[in-house]
Unconditional design. Sequence first.
Length: 135
Amino acid sequence: MQRASLENASYLKRAALLCAIWLLLVESREFIVECEEPVRARIETYHYPNWVARLDGREIKIDDEPGTGLMLIDLSAGTHGITVTFEPRNQIETWAHRLSLLTWGLFAGWIIRKYLYAMIRHRRIGRAIAGSTAT
């Protein structure tokens, strides 16, 4: 359903939707897991220091998978809700994160401005050509 709406959306709407989906996926991951016995779950995300895993609401330890650096989480038997979020832990990281978001926003704005300028210019050229052929 998402794919069909993306294909039919205009360029700007599609770009905005992709950015929103990307931000959602980068910041957080949520899973509901049912297991009959204790298991070690691998999350297909590299383990950087600011990733925090919560099992049923309480913070748990994340291990690195040797060789790949992906996240490993130990789970006990039963049904669990797992949330993995990227959380800056100090002021420098928070400000760096904000600066990064601001930079991405400015970059997206620049691309949108370029696109709109090209569309306006294209319409002006089209009108000039139509006007010159009519005379």
